[in-house]
Design a protein. Structure first.
Length: 279
């Protein structure tokens, strides 16, 4: 059950424009290089509390590298990455472990441990962080499974016994294990059919609304962008362009025009934001 306090906070954040919300994650003058190739050349943006922030870009634009850098899995060549005001780029492994408790992560293919049941996967972050009785761990795991729309009996199954959509939800339950305020999603709807993808979009919006979550999402799914994202960062030419989705759709950059208006694009410039997000 979601507390009334969490619901009140979520509602308050929803009423504030992004620029008036606290900065939960920040990237400052980020540079990432691979040999002679500069993938990110001075990339900067803020992620504000309570928003769903999408990240898109073409192949080789550095979406995965950016996500790894924001998660503290890769040190940039220069620049700063902050989580809740803490610069994680210069932290020791011990310090970084403490900060990592503040956010949850799901990776494209779920990244569940195949030798563990779903419940054991969800419990694992709790065991690594706290000393709790087994009955408490089981109760907390069941709560997380219910939060993401999985039946409790799914907890006894192994990942190989689950559908693609159930694996995504199980990974999300594990990402929520430590009650994070910030959630990173890597291609959350990849491999899902349109019905399952729409259901997952709805779940993300439900969790954002009820838990007051901030969500950073790397995706190439135009429908997911349109349904869920408050703002979008487009990685192009080593730089980043950040705007609301209607603003991005109207941008005249050739790659952006091709991405959103090309043969496989379906988002034409809307009259207002509500038309894009289906609000």
């Amino acid at each position: 059950m979601v507390s009334s306090a969490a619901t009140t906070v979520a509602a308050y954040l929803a009423e504030l424009p992004p620029e008036r919300r606290a900065v939960v994650s920040a990237v400052r003058d980020l540079v990432n290089r691979f040999g002679p190739q500069t993938v990110h050349d001075g990339v900067s943006f803020d992620v504000h509390a309570g928003e769903v922030f999408g990240i898109v870009g073409g192949s080789g634009s550095g979406k995965s590298v950016l996500l790894k850098t924001m998660l503290g899995l890769r040190k940039p060549d220069s620049g700063v990455v902050e989580v809740d005001g803490y610069d994680i780029t210069g932290m020791s492994d011990r310090e970084l472990r403490e900060v990592k408790r503040r956010y949850g992560v799901t990776f494209q293919h779920g990244a569940l441990f195949t030798s563990l049941t779903v419940t054991e996967n969800v419990i694992l972050p709790m065991v690594e962080s706290f000393v709790l009785e087994e009955a408490t761990l089981q109760s907390l795991a069941e709560l997380r499974l219910r939060m993401v729309g999985l039946p409790v009996d799914a907890g006894a199954k192994f990942p190989a016994q689950l559908s693609g959509g159930m694996i995504k939800r199980a990974a999300l339950a594990r990402a929520l294990a430590l009650d994070p305020a910030l959630l990173f999603l890597d291609e959350p709807t990849a491999g899902l059919d349109p019905i399952a993808a729409t259901a997952f979009d709805d779940l993300v919006l439900y969790l954002r609304r009820t838990l007051g979550l901030t969500v950073v999402m790397v995706t190439h799914d135009l429908d997911t962008l349109a349904r869920t994202c408050d703002r979008v960062a487009v990685l192009v030419d080593g730089k980043v362009i950040v705007d609301t989705l209607p603003g991005i759709v109207r941008n005249e950059h050739p790659w952006i025009r091709e991405y959103f208006h090309g043969a496989r694009g379906r988002l034409m410039a809307p009259a207002d934001e509500g038309e894009v997000r289906g609000a």
